[in-house]
Design a protein around this ligand. Structure first.
Ligand SMILES: *Cc1c(COP(=O)(O)O)cnc(C)c1O
Length: 469
């Protein structure tokens, strides 16, 4: 027989879909998934087998193997696209990994309203329509000292709504040092243009004084806007106008002073050991009329944008048509309410809001976590692992350049290069996202949540003890 004939012979021998479905393993797939899905997966396995034969590759015609391939296909397809991963990067607010991991209290609250009817827009007192703003407004006011508040889809939406409602068709004065870009698609000049407000730039990149704002105010000026440059720091010959300096200027011209804080730190920056991060409470106390900030950065809650401040101005935003387009859904509101409740006791928030707890975690605490994983390692995995100090970051464009001294479990040497091991950990059923530095695989303990230790140890044991060394 020549090659062609061998190929024909092999193609003829490929088992038929119907026959495979009848086998015990095939029936099992029908039961676990569905007959239609099982047949489809078997057909796909056969197609790739046929293609392999035609390419002249070695291919197994074994029925069991074809069915195992189909099973693997079905199992992979069952994995949701948006799924849980273990963050072992040490970046607390990891933009690609869903930013803030919420408190258990918040996750439970979201789940509870998701699968049932609820009081989203219903007052149990009157038995009639209520407002969805009510669930978080008084909490935000109580915690921040604001007169009024509302929450929307994210902070970009909050800035958009604030400018649209308060400054459409009018000028807003902004320092050239604060025309920032946050995460690619949020640029202050562009969002301003979208909102219909006209940007009036003042000062220079490194220095803007209160007098620069004052000189720019004219008949058509609607507001002064300050933006916290969250994701970079300038140092050296620089100067910015403070809220305290701008407040009397805004007052004397009868226009509001607006402040986009970005990160939404409700805890005390000193208590957290965070340098130069504006606090929500202090910004309001310093004279901002409306501030806005994210719900899922340093606040540590769900994706949201919070607006807080002057009652009339917030009322104007609530009434604006965009408020409807940018509003929050019930799950997010429930999670936000539960997160804010934790802040009623600031010390409790530091423990129960994971973002805060992770930022405050000491090297000694992180070392304990690493030791717990190390203690579960065996054989080769244990030989290749060591615990060493590493620097973590807040991330999410917050507190740039501020390193958090921590501890990591590192894997060095062995049959897999750090790149390959990183990829294999990412491919686990419960994916583990690690980073690579100085030719080691680094599992940074800061962002490893309670309960993640065991699956990490299991994956390391499986991969490193089963390796073809
Ligand atoms: C992060 C940030 C935003 C955007 O907030 P999102 O919640 O991501 O929409 C806007 N302004 C500043 C200053 C920020 O730091």
């Amino acid at each position: 027989m020549d090659n062609k004939q061998v190929q024909q012979e092999q193609l003829r021998k490929i088992p038929k879909v119907d026959k495979l479905l009848q086998l015990e393993q095939g029936q099992e797939l029908c039961g676990r998934f569905s007959p239609a899905l099982a047949a489809q997966a078997i057909r796909q396995s056969i197609d790739s087998l046929r293609a392999a034969i035609l390419r002249g590759e070695e291919a197994s015609l074994c029925e069991g193997e074809i069915l195992r391939g189909a099973q693997q296909r079905l199992e992979e397809e069952q994995n949701p696209s948006l799924r849980r991963v273990i963050n072992a990067t040490g970046v607390v607010l990891h933009t690609n990994l869903g930013r803030a991991a919420m408190a258990q209290e918040a996750a439970r609250a979201a789940m509870q309203v998701a699968g049932s009817y609820n009081t989203l827009e219903y007052s149990l007192q009157t038995g009639s329509r209520g407002s969805r703003h009510d669930h978080v407004e008084s909490l935000i006011c109580q915690i921040t000292g604001a007169e009024a508040a509302m929450a929307v889809n994210n902070n970009a939406a909050a800035v958009m709504l604030m400018l649209s409602a308060l400054a459409k068709g009018k000028e807003v004065v902004v320092s050239r040092g604060e025309l920032v870009e946050i995460g690619g698609s949020f640029r202050v000049p562009e969002i301003m243009e979208q909102s219909g407000a006209v940007l009036q730039e003042v000062g220079t990149t490194n220095k803007t004084r209160a007098a620069d704002y004052e000189r720019a105010i004219g008949e058509n000026t609607a507001a002064l806007l300050k933006v916290h440059p969250s994701n970079f720091r300038i140092s050296g010959f620089c100067e910015e106008a403070t809220l305290e300096e701008l407040k009397p200027i805004a007052r004397s011209h009868g226009i509001p002073l607006l402040y986009d804080i970005g990160s939404g730190l409700l805890a005390s920056p000193e208590r957290m050991g965070l340098p130069e991060e504006p606090s929500v409470q202090r910004s309001l106390a310093a004279g901002a009329d409306v501030i806005c900030f994210s719900g899922d950065k340093l606040l540590g809650g769900p994706q949201a944008g919070i607006l807080a401040g002057n009652k009339e101005l917030i009322a104007a935003m609530k009434k604006h048509p965009l408020a409807r387009a940018l509003r929050l859904d019930k799950m997010t509101l429930a999670a936000l309410e539960a997160t804010l409740r934790l802040y009623q006791d600031p010390e409790q928030a530091l423990k129960k809001v994971p973002t805060l707890a992770m930022i405050c975690a000491t090297p000694a605490e992180l070392n304990e976590k690493a030791q717990r994983i190390y203690g579960m390692l065996s054989g080769r995995a244990r030989e290749l692992a060591k615990i060493q100090p590493e620097q973590g970051q807040v991330g999410g464009g917050s507190v740039p350049g501020h390193n958090l001294p921590g501890m990591a479990l590192c894997i060095e040497g062995g049959a897999y290069s750090p790149d390959v091991l990183e990829e294999k950990l990412r491919g686990q059923k419960l994916p583990i996202i690690a980073r690579i530095a100085h030719d080691q695989l680094i599992l940074d303990m800061r962002t490893v949540l309670a309960g993640d230790e065991e699956p990490i140890a299991r994956s390391l044991n499986e991969l490193l003890n089963g390796e073809e060394a």
